[in-house]
Design a protein. Structure first.
Length: 105
């Protein structure tokens, strides 16, 4: 077999997808990885691998829940839910600003 034949066979196998998922092949990089500041990537990766969920994620979920409740609330409930939502949004904004400015957990 010549080098050209081997190269052709390799290109054909790659086109058929035979090399996808093989050991030693690099995994695709998460698209959001580049948006994470370089100094936070390793800590976030370690925490993620340990199964730790950042409190901000729980806050985002709580915010979505409050927004859904607010959409279905009557006038009496509305004021209470709006206040809780405003407090939560302020908490989220302060935390995200702290991460942006200080770039630490």
């Amino acid at each position: 077999m010549t080098d050209e034949e081997i190269g052709r066979q390799l290109r054909e196998a790659e086109a058929r997808g035979e090399f996808r998922g093989l050991a030693g092949r690099p995994l695709p990089v998460d698209e959001g990885w580049d948006a994470t500041p370089a100094e936070l990537r390793l800590p976030f990766k370690v925490l993620k691998n340990a199964g730790w969920v950042p409190p901000e994620l729980a806050w985002f979920r709580e915010r979505a829940q409050l927004q859904a409740e607010l959409a279905a609330a009557d006038a009496a409930q509305r004021a209470v839910l709006e206040r809780r939502l405003a407090d939560l949004q302020q908490k989220i904004a302060l935390r995200l600003e702290g991460l942006r400015v200080h770039r630490t957990l």
